[in-house]
Design a protein around this ligand. Structure first.
Ligand code: G
Ligand code: G
Ligand code: MN
Ligand code: NA
Length: 254
């Protein structure tokens, strides 16, 4: 209850921040997108990672206004990237299960896009497998509306949930984000490396692009390149950083 109150205060006081992690296009090595990751600049505790508050925000329903703030902030930042001359950078935004059940989401998103003069094609929404599995009928309906607008849909943390690729064909997805738990084991002759290989092959045969998360070494990068992985993100390139820093990073590579 106390944390719920302070989350509410934090929203009112503007204590949330977005950091951005670049997503690298494998063939060209250029930055093709960024993922927005929320942080809480707590007045006493410092910068808090989402693991500390997203769960509570979901339980208390505060994820709705927080998620809405994230959408506005990420889209405003994308408009600023473009105004600063950066092009071809897609903004990926994490969407919680609770937000996906809000039938108003497509209209809200349309309003934000229009307010900042963006194109829907410049956005990607990341949902976890578990989100997609809960209330699949309603989720499919909302995802179809977002997809019809032109927004790309990615399944996040792929491989950690319960879904199978055969089930996911119901959803209008274009990207799978391979969870970093699998990437971590690459090069060590493990089942996880085999799973990486098989997942990329299956995803491609279904027409999906694959983004590998948590790439930390050049050995992992080169292995993923040989497997035909389309995009990568991870500490090898950059941690999630404030907008000014990600702009410098993009300028230095593109
Ligand atoms: O930034 P960090 O690596 O600590 O993020 C941890 C997790 O928090 C991410 O995997 C993501 O699922 C979740 N997360 C980060 N930002 C957001 C956000 O804006 N909305 C939601 N719903 N989840 C987020
Ligand atoms: O949305 P998702 O749950 O995938 O959020 C990405 C999380 O993974 C963020 O919390 C981010 O800080 C973290 N992360 C991103 N790149 C790396 C990496 O290379 N290594 C590790 N250990 N964590 C990473
Ligand atoms: Mn994500
Ligand atoms: Na992830």
């Amino acid at each position: 209850l106390k944390i719920e109150h302070s989350l509410r205060q934090a929203l009112a006081n503007g204590e949330f921040r977005l950091h951005y992690q670049p997503v690298i296009d494998m063939p060209t090595g250029k930055v093709c997108g960024v993922e927005a990751l929320v942080r809480w600049q707590h007045p006493e505790k410092g910068l808090l990672a989402p693991g500390r508050f997203i769960g509570i925000a979901e339980e208390t329903g505060l994820i709705q206004p927080l998620g809405e703030w994230v959408l506005w902030a990420a889209c405003r930042q994308l408009a600023e990237f473009k105004a600063a001359g950066l092009s071809g950078v897609r903004m990926a935004i994490n969407i919680s299960a609770i937000q996906m059940r809000n039938g108003n989401l497509p209209l809200l998103v349309r309003g934000i896009i229009e307010a900042y003069g963006l194109r829907a094609e410049e956005l990607m929404f990341e949902i976890t497998e578990t989100v997609a599995m809960e209330q699949p009928t309603e989720t499919v309906r909302i995802l179809d509306l977002l997809h019809d607008m032109g927004i790309s849909i990615a399944i996040d943390d792929f491989g950690t949930g319960y879904s199978s690729l055969s089930y996911l064909h119901m959803f209008p997805i274009s990207h799978l984000k391979l969870d970093r738990a699998f990437v971590k084991e690459i090069g060590e002759d493990t089942d996880e490396a085999v799973i990486c290989d098989a997942t990329i092959g299956l995803a491609h045969s279904l027409g999906h692009k694959v983004v590998a998360e948590g790439v930390e070494t050049t050995a992992q990068l080169e292995y993923l390149r040989r497997l035909g992985c389309d995009m990568v993100q991870g500490f090898l390139f950059s941690q999630p950083v404030p907008a000014e820093q990600v702009i410098d990073f993009i300028r230095s590579r593109n």
